[in-house]
Ligand binder design. Structure first.
Ligand SMILES: Cc1cc2nc3c(=O)[nH]c(=O)nc-3n(C[C@H](O)[C@H](O)[C@H](O)COP(=O)(O)OP(=O)(O)OC[C@H]3O[C@@H](n4cnc5c(N)ncnc54)[C@H](O)[C@@H]3O)c2cc1C
Length: 492
């Protein structure tokens, strides 16, 4: 490869802060808000685009799955706050309400929600699940409002791309960023890398792993688009009446697209989102990002024509409503943390003293029962004062597919924000942070249920302890072997 030796330059310091969050996705936005609410008055959030949310707004991922188990919602905090705030806005959210979750005795309600993927449990007896579909542009507006409510503590920098950590030895002191103003520096006591691809961590000297091979769910990119003039209710009627034809319809749709693609519901009956999966892609490679953009848009007109013709009852009047402003990024680089999440965390629900969030999973390996995420999984090894919550969490090749989901990103982001605020307040490193204080703020002040914490109703811990984790030991073993056999296919 040809190289170029970049001359040394002197960079202006643009700003200084206590907590710098790089990346304003579900993890980063949560981190900034949580740090401010935990008392930090000097927070900066830096985002490469002009809005917050990442995948959940710009990527048009419009569904947060599986927040509850039986009748309890295990992921609340900022995650539930999104929905409380969006609820009064017409057509902004859709899903079984909190007071109905766990219900298994209302066949009409169960039948109604069974038409919406993820709103009814798969195991028997069927129960209503807290799973929420939302309007991404409404969430975008709400995320801004949340930041503006904390304008005394949080400064927002849009259109700034964090490019490199400033390291003194193994201690992070800030980040270099690029913008239309050129290359500048933000100095910080604590840096939270929420770029989703470990952009900051992987240049800090900390270990990281690349994407696993192309078989994993995380190795699928997407460019989501939406159609208007459709009717999800009519599509449901049609597919229930014609299950065989629906199979052929779905296969035909994927064939026209050239990759797996599926129409899915949104909070408005007449708008559907077209989720898609471009396999064996790495969203941190220029080539793969470009191909996903161009290849998806190239198929949209034919795909729409197919929908109209193959199922005119539901899609006859459909039209192209909009295209997500940004690429759908499921995963690339993962950090090597003090702890790595593995299949065993899911199969046996390991207990962690430094637990910072419950992840209420969509993983059949344990009947979707909640598992504990430890602080160490967002703490990169060998470097100081960097945290890395979100979809690049420290996890093995298989476990990452089960824990890149939005609830985990919001939960770990919120915890990282609180931890950074506590570390600044007490003058410790992120590694030596008073984890009990972090847990007490999360559970006691920020509505995050945590196991074995005095602020959380004991019934949450009990229902997990009563669950027969480990009954899937054989499956776990197989998955563990699979994780070992998958090769990371690229090194930086
Ligand atoms: C098509 C698709 C469907 C999905 N479906 C679901 C689903 O149904 N349910 C579910 O729970 N999950 C789903 N996921 C996964 C989930 O949406 C993501 O894993 C999650 O939203 C990631 O959040 P994050 O904050 O970690 O990362 P991101 O959302 O990627 O946020 C990273 C943010 O950082 C910014 N950024 C990146 N690099 C830099 C940089 N160097 N400097 C400054 N800013 C930077 C980005 O612009 C972005 O705003 C889906 C993902 C995709 C793509």
């Amino acid at each position: 490869m040809k190289t170029y030796l970049e001359p040394q330059t002197v960079l202006p310091v643009y700003d200084e802060c206590d907590v710098l969050v790089v990346g304003g996705g579900s993890a980063g936005h949560s981190a900034a808000i949580a740090a401010a609410r935990a008392g930090c008055k000097n927070v900066i959030i830096m985002e490469r685009y002009g809005y917050m949310g990442g995948d959940v707004t710009g990527g048009y991922v419009v569904m947060v799955p599986k927040l509850s188990w039986y009748d309890k919602s295990f992921v609340r905090g900022l995650q539930e706050e999104w929905f409380t705030r969006l609820a009064p806005i017409p057509n902004a959210i859709m899903g079984p309400s909190l007071d109905k979750i766990g219900k298994d005795d209302d066949p009409a309600l169960l039948h109604a929600w069974s038409r919406i993927h993820g709103c009814v449990s798969e195991s028997s007896p069927q129960r209503l699940v807290r799973a929420v579909y939302y309007e991404p542009n409404q969430l975008k507006i709400e995320m801004d409002k949340m930041l503006l409510e904390h304008s005394d503590s949080i400064r927002v920098m849009c259109h700034c791309w964090g490019t490199k950590p400033i390291m003194e030895g193994n201690v992070c002191k800030g980040v270099i960023f690029e913008s239309k103003e050129g290359r500048k520096v933000v100095l910080a006591k604590q840096v939270i890398d929420c770029t989703g691809d470990g952009d900051i961590v992987r240049q800090s000297g900390a270990p990281f792993s690349t994407l696993a091979d192309g078989k994993t769910r995380c190795s699928n990119t997407a460019l989501v688009w939406r159609i208007g003039g459709a009717s999800w209710n009519r599509y449901n009627e049609w597919r229930q009446a014609h299950p065989e034809a629906n199979l052929a319809f779905r296969e035909g749709f994927a064939k026209v697209c050239g990759f797996r693609a599926v129409p899915m519901p949104t909070p408005s009956d007449d708008i559907c989102w077209i989720n898609n999966w471009h396999g064996d892609m790495d969203c941190s490679l220029v080539k793969d990002c470009t191909n996903t953009e161009l290849n998806t848009r190239a198929t949209m007109r034919d795909a729409l024509a197919y929908l109209k013709e193959a199922c005119p009852y539901a899609f006859g009047d459909a039209y192209l409503y909009d295209i997500a402003p940004q690429l759908g990024t499921r995963g690339s680089c993962r950090i090597g943390g003090d702890y790595q999440m593995t299949t065993d965390d899911f199969a046996f629900a390991k207990k962690h003293d430094d637990v910072i969030a419950w992840h209420s999973t969509i993983c059949l390996i344990n009947d979707c029962a909640p598992i504990e995420i430890p602080y160490r999984a967002i703490l990169p090894r060998t470097v100081e004062n960097i945290l890395a919550p979100g979809r690049h969490i420290s996890a093995d090749n298989v476990a990452i597919d089960w824990c890149n989901l939005i609830p985990q990103c919001v939960g770990t982001g919120q915890a990282a924000g609180v931890a950074a605020a506590v570390a600044v307040a007490k003058g410790t490193t992120a590694r030596d942070v008073d984890i009990r204080a972090v847990q007490d703020i999360l559970a006691g002040e920020q509505d995050v249920p945590l196991p074995r914490n005095a602020h959380t109703d004991i019934s949450y811990t009990q229902v997990c302890e009563e669950h027969e984790y480990g009954m899937y030991a054989e499956l776990a073993k197989k998955e563990r072997e699979k994780a070992g056999s998958l090769k990371s296919y690229r090194q930086w």
